[in-house]
Design a protein around this ligand. Structure first.
Ligand code: ATP
Ligand code: MG
Length: 302
């Protein structure tokens, strides 16, 4: 792909992802329809799949440069209700990427070792190295979601009682904002994705996990039980997004009732993000050129 073509692709991706980007506290969850597909219909599905394939190629080229330049790191955070399609989106969007340049970490319930530390600790250990893309499948944001909806998780963290007041969530938001600002100032590009599935579609997906034998392994009775807390989760998500969206570390609230659409938006947002970095293959100086010429000569004379 030549430079001009690449630039055009990045511009298209930016435009496509923009309606879903949240950068400030004016956001309301009800403004995003989980079933939204912009002006595309299911007839456009094959075209969307082609666009995704092209996008994946663009992403692979950008990642090559990111890796070669070895200055920036990229942290992509995925949050969602169960069955919203996090795993599938990560699998498809990153499918063309060189595995050496990409690290995926899934954050499940904290272990007793994790609970002996502050909540950021286990995530800090997994931050991407320079030149690499790091993916958090769930993250420290769970600390303002599941932990907020279920106070017993907060209790299990054994924080000193005087540090646990009503304002604990605001304090966590503050600390997360500061942490992401710190990362940004250190060359880690942060992008956050909330895959927004509707209550109805989640129910449908759970049912198909029960009905189709090859999907049975994905079903967890506990996930289905969590539906009782749906409204509390939605409130927690909205609050969290409003409090932690910024220009430097935006949230993308991605409609997730149609997987083909979700994946295109996620790919576009990542292309936009990495494309916004001024990536170049490292320049070759005169000394290196001499070295290359000498090596060529030696090889040719063998
Ligand atoms: P899948 O179910 O598709 O395999 P998943 O991300 O839902 O993927 P699970 O094995 O279900 O993975 O484990 C994730 C669970 O861990 C979620 O229910 C999540 O809320 C919980 N979890 C993650 N972080 C924390 C935390 N800090 N405190 C308490 N629970 C957490
Ligand atoms: Mg799960």
């Amino acid at each position: 792909m030549n430079k001009k073509e690449m630039k055009r692709m990045i511009k298209t991706a930016r435009k496509f992802a923009k309606p879903f980007r949240v950068t400030d506290d004016g956001f309301r969850l009800k403004d995003i329809d989980p079933g939204d597909t912009l002006d595309l219909t299911s007839e456009d599905k094959p075209r969307a799949k082609e666009a995704l394939a092209t996008g994946i190629n663009v992403l692979a080229e950008l990642q090559d440069m990111l890796y070669a330049q070895d200055r920036w790191a990229v942290l992509l955070i995925f949050q969602a209700m169960d069955a919203a399609g996090k795993d599938g989106a990560i699998k498809h969007v990153m499918s063309g990427i060189n595995p050496q340049g990409c690290q995926v970490y899934s954050f499940k319930s904290p272990s007793s070792g994790d609970l002996d530390h502050d909540y950021m600790w286990r995530c800090m250990k997994c931050l991407p190295e320079r030149g690499r893309i790091g993916i958090f499948n769930r993250s420290y944001y769970e600390e303002t979601l599941v932990v907020r909806v279920h106070p017993e998780f907060l209790a299990s963290q054994r924080l000193p009682a005087e540090l646990v007041g009503k304002d604990i969530w605001d304090k966590r938001f503050q600390d997360i904002r500061a942490f992401e600002r710190y990362l940004t100032r250190n060359g880690v590009l942060v992008r956050k994705f909330f895959l927004h599935v509707s209550n109805k579609e989640q129910r449908k997906r759970f049912l198909s996990r029960i009905e189709e034998p090859e999907k049975n392994w994905k079903f967890s009775a506990n996930d289905a039980k969590e539906r009782e807390h749906w409204d509390e989760y939605m409130e927690a998500y909205e609050d969290m997004i409003r409090a932690t969206a910024s220009k430097q570390a935006p949230w993308y609230v991605v409609p997730a009732d149609n997987k083909w659409f979700t994946r295109v938006v996620v790919a576009a947002a990542i292309i936009d993000a990495i494309g916004s970095l001024d990536l170049k293959f490292p320049a070759v100086d005169d000394e290196k050129k001499k070295e290359l010429a000498a090596a060529r000569l030696a090889l040719e004379q063998e």
